[in-house]
Ligand binder design. Structure first.
Ligand SMILES: Nc1ncnc2c1ncn2[C@@H]1O[C@H](COP(=O)(O)OP(=O)(O)OP(=O)(O)O)[C@@H](O)[C@H]1O
Ligand SMILES: [Mg+2]
Length: 503
């Protein structure tokens, strides 16, 4: 067995009021993918930040290639061969791909001038090592590239810096299926080239697909180490400390499905064709389809962001033609965009205050960061309790919460608006299995209280497990409607085959 490239021993780290890591030991070897998993707030990102010098450990040791290291700044770890790819990229958006790759270490010509040609040539060489890199132009401006491409640029940068350790913290959170598949190939390639890869994810399928070994953190401690990839149940058990029976499928509805909350007839706009859709009180409708199928466009139309140009929308018995999110919200539609940055968390405010803010889409720009005047405190706390938010207290600054827990505070914010129709877009992205089950139950409770729920998710098992009915879209139109219990195969067929093609 090869010696570890990176070794962390007995790492302890506390933040005010939280012991984030206690006595954690962890290592990764050259040529392997080590999955680092655990619930929201388990300490994964903190461990990585200690490895890379963003945070200092209270105690414990880090060794790189057998030598003790004490990084006090991420630049030091970067130069020592540790590249961390965070979800928030560190590229400069206004510079080109090549400039970003060589930032601070540009090749120089005779007179000390930057050798642009050499830079471009070397960038090309590195990008060409990867199938999805080969498509990238070294001269394109980074800010104009999509998320997947920017991520590939980050990876190319790690490779050109000859990183021995490459850390990816939830790298697929913003990628579609095709982009994910391309990323997995890139990860395989990096492993073949001998990098030690530390891969943080909440998705069991990715662990199965990629990992050689698995380390599970729970409440800041190592809960399990696997030298192979065990069955998902075993990982979940170690993460959560018990079995989760319904980690995909929440209980089926036992409530009466009521009258339609929403009916759209013949809805059209530039991106949508002839949409007929009904969501009834008490039901969860899953909206499936591949990236670009029009699911988000449909949500945006319902929400008044990119309105229908023809057709009829009836909400709770009244015909509407929403032309702004504000109108949609006033009429009783809530939309959870699934991207916490867009939702504008105020990092310096408490968890409770964040949950009490007016959702951004509702308020005019000058009034975002304003409290929702209708929110009542005990109800907010009740909602936060139901979301099972892991925080020292609701008075704590939200910036100290893990990503998944921040997400839950946003869900609470929307629920405080008492919507009749709730549209969830990728509601469990970045949320751990246990909290996911919590969100499914919460959706179910909301439906039972009489709301209609439209759920857009790229996680097919999630749609199948959580929805009472499934509507499939392709190329801006609805291609199929299934009752509960449809198979993955049937849904994929409706999502990808030419319209009219037999199953
Ligand atoms: N800067 C900080 N200030 C205060 N507390 C923090 C800070 N960073 C992390 N914590 C706390 O440390 C614990 C571990 O957080 P961490 O971000 O490492 O979790 P994680 O495993 O990465 O979770 P997620 O899956 O949600 O990203 C949490 O309780 C979190 O609230
Ligand atoms: Mg994290």
């Amino acid at each position: 067995m090869t010696a570890p490239v990176i070794e962390m021993q007995g790492i302890c780290k506390s933040f005010p009021g939280v012991k984030a890591l206690s006595d954690v030991s962890f290592d990764a070897r050259a040529g392997e993918v080590q999955a680092l998993v655990g619930e929201n707030g388990a300490g994964k990102s903190t461990l990585i930040k200690i490895m890379s010098g963003v945070y200092q450990a209270d105690s414990g040791a880090v060794r790189l290639g057998g030598e003790p290291v004490h990084f006090t700044h991420p630049v030091q770890s970067l130069h020592a061969g540790i590249s961390v790819i965070y979800q928030e990229f560190s590229l400069l958006p206004e510079r080109t791909v090549a400039q970003n790759l060589f930032l601070g270490r540009e090749p120089r010509g005779k007179f000390g001038l930057i050798d642009e040609r050499a830079m471009r040539r070397e960038t090309r060489r590195v990008l060409d090592l990867f199938a999805s890199g080969a498509k990238i132009d070294p001269d394109s401006t980074v800010g104009e590239l999509d998320v997947a491409t920017q991520q590939m640029v980050e990876i190319a940068k790690a490779v050109s810096l000859d990183a021995r350790v490459i850390v990816m913290d939830e790298p697929t959170a913003a990628l579609n299926d095709t982009e994910c598949a391309e990323l997995f190939e890139t990860v395989d390639k990096l492993r073949d080239r001998g990098a030690a890869i530390i891969y943080i994810t909440h998705r069991m399928r990715e662990i199965t697909r990629l990992a050689d070994r698995v380390t599970v953190l729970k409440d800041g401690e190592v809960a399990a180490r696997f030298d192979h990839v065990p069955a998902p149940d075993a990982i979940v058990r170690a993460m959560v400390g018990r079995d989760i029976v319904d980690f995909y499928a929440p209980p089926a509805t036992d409530a009466e499905i009521g009258a339609p909350v929403l009916t759209v007839t013949g809805g059209r706009n530039a991106r949508l064709k002839n949409i007929d859709l009904t969501v009834r009180a008490g039901e969860i409708v899953g909206l499936a389809g591949i990236q670009g199928a029009g699911r988000v466009a449909l949500a945006m139309a319902l929400f008044g962001q990119e309105p229908f140009t023809s057709g009829e929308t009836v909400l709770n018995g009244t015909a509407h033609n929403f032309t702004s999110p504000r109108q949609a919200i006033e009429a009783g539609i809530g939309l959870l965009p699934g991207d916490r940055k867009k939702e504008g968390l105020v990092l310096m405010q408490s968890v409770r205050d964040n949950a009490m803010l007016t959702p951004r889409a509702f308020a005019p720009f000058w009034a975002t960061h304003k409290r929702n005047a209708n929110a009542d405190l005990s109800r907010i706390d009740d909602l936060l309790d139901r979301m099972d938010i892991r925080a020292a207290s609701y008075e704590q600054d939200i910036r100290g919460l893990s990503g998944g827990n921040q997400q839950k505070a946003i869900v609470a914010r929307w629920l405080a608006m008492n919507p009749k129709l709730l549209i969830f877009i990728e509601p469990t992205r970045g949320i751990d299995v246990n909290a996911k089950a919590g969100i499914y139950h919460l959706m179910r409770d909301l439906a039972r209280d009489g709301a209609g729920i439209l759920m857009i998710s790229s996680d097919l098992p999630e749609v199948i497990g959580a929805a009472d009915r499934i509507v499939v879209m392709q190329e801006g139109r609805i291609t199929a409607k299934f009752p509960r219990g449809a198979s993955e195969r049937d849904i994929m067929h409706a999502a990808t085959h030419e319209i009219g093609e037999p199953a």
